[in-house]
Design a protein around this ligand. Structure first.
Ligand code: PGA
Length: 217
């Protein structure tokens, strides 16, 4: 059983999301996968996407792409764990794009993990490599080398395994890889038991490509 996480980033509007789910769910029924699927749409679409999957099997979940460092309160524009608690089961935390464009640091990321936990949201913590200083204790750790994210230059699986080894993760942790995974290279990763799943950006925007990736297992 593997984890497939779709990170839509800041892509799609409501109409496009609806079309995506229509196709995705139709295809999902055909393949009947036992794998865990987590779809992370932009925050504005979280409620609608949750509605789109409400009659679907237990192995499909909605996640957020981020979570505020703040609890509820006077923080205009923030998407808090408090507001997300009944909508998502997972939250991506520390994605390299957030670290880069929004200057997220060890302190803010730790706060985000705390907020997620407070509201029973499972953090999917992203690291860019051994260079990220903090390695909080999380159940889901996603290794996403920046050179591979959104570039088409996926990292060799052997290198990914080396990085995993160097991290000395807890046995129970789930180790995920992300960075230019697509239907052509996905098997190179999934054939290893040490890789528990994948974070998929660009290739998840097309429902058929995403289904083809899930189907490989
Ligand atoms: P990518 O993005 O698949 O487009 O490389 C992965 C990610 O950023 O999670």
């Amino acid at each position: 059983m593997k984890y497939f996480i779709a990170n839509w980033k800041a892509n799609k509007n409501l109409k496009e999301a609806e079309e995506w789910f229509q196709i995705f769910i139709r295809e999902l029924h055909r393949i009947q996968t036992p794998n865990i699927i987590i779809i992370c749409p932009p925050s504005a679409l979280i409620y609608s996407t949750k509605q789109f999957i409400k009659n679907e099997p237990q192995n499909i979940f909605i996640g957020s792409q981020d979570i505020s460092i703040f609890d509820q309160g006077s923080y205009t524009g923030e998407v808090t764990g408090y507001s997300l608690q009944d909508l998502v089961n997972f939250a991506i935390i520390g994605h390299s794009e957030r670290r880069n464009y929004f200057h997220e640091n060890d302190e803010s990321l730790n706060n985000k993990i705390k907020q997620a936990r407070k509201y029973n949201i499972e953090p999917i913590f992203c690291i860019r490599g051994q260079t990220d200083k903090i390695l909080p204790e999380v159940k889901f750790l996603a290794y996403e080398p920046v050179e591979a994210v959104g570039t088409g230059l996926n990292e060799e699986p052997e290198k990914v395994l080396e990085v995993k080894k160097s991290l000395g993760l807890d046995q129970s942790a789930k180790f995920l890889y992300g960075g230019s995974v697509n239907e052509n290279n996905v098997n190179n990763y999934l054939k290893y038991d040490e890789i528990d799943g994948l974070l998929i950006g660009t290739a998840s925007l097309d429902p058929i490509q995403f289904i083809n990736i899930i189907k490989t297992v």
